[in-house]
Design a protein around this ligand. Sequence first.
Ligand SMILES: O=P(O)(O)OC[C@H]1O[C@H](OP(=O)(O)OP(=O)(O)O)[C@H](O)[C@@H]1O
Ligand SMILES: O=c1cc[nH]c(=O)[nH]1
Ligand SMILES: [Mg+2]
Length: 206
Amino acid sequence: MLKVLEHPLITHKLTQMRKVETKTKDFRENLDEIGGLMAYEITRNLPVKEVTIETPIQEMKTYELEKDIILVPILRAGLGMVDGISNLIPTVKVAHVGLYRDEETLQPHVYFEKYPPNIDDAVVMIVDPMLATGGSASAAIDMVKKQGAKDIRLVCLVGAPEGVKVIEELHPDVDIYLAALDEKLNEKGYIVPGLGDAGDRIFGTK
Ligand SMILES: O=P(O)(O)OC[C@H]1O[C@H](OP(=O)(O)OP(=O)(O)O)[C@H](O)[C@@H]1O
Ligand SMILES: O=c1cc[nH]c(=O)[nH]1
Ligand SMILES: [Mg+2]
């Protein structure tokens, strides 16, 4: 399932991020805020369990979240979405998957991975601002599946149709959430019109 989260606030903030003149501070702040807004929508269908509690007045049956939620930012750029989402869900645990995309071959390379123990029974949200060829996201999904993850959601800001197709073909069980679905990839594998290199814009490395 692909869901593009169309909301005026998300679109407005993404527009600020896309502008070439937007500097690191504003880029980061908008990314953080969009992360929070997306989290509200993405958590709409989280599994809940029935519980019986006592209010000060009487006993009642109600619901609580059933599973732990594990955020998996794809380093580096995915880190820019962690604070916004964890502000809304303070109990999240955070795994880390370090991947970089080779500039020539566009193939992803793993350089780090670290997971909390109960990933097999948790709702796993992989976060990365950019879904371009889909190579990095697909590798991250393979990695968390190897750890036993079953309920996996992929949360990106901007996606290219090419990347969406790859995830839908290789991982039909993974729901994809985007803030925008752009036109295409250019010859260097960048999303068009996109927002440039997310990692460099977040961390000021160019
Ligand atoms: O869909 P793909 O074609 O794999 O491209 C998308 C990946 O590229 C970027 O990361 P990058 O490799 O630039 O690393 P960085 O976050 O450290 O800058 C981006 O944050 C994704 O992880
Ligand atoms: O457009 C793109 C594609 C991959 N990675 C980015 O940061 N931006
Ligand atoms: Mg980068």
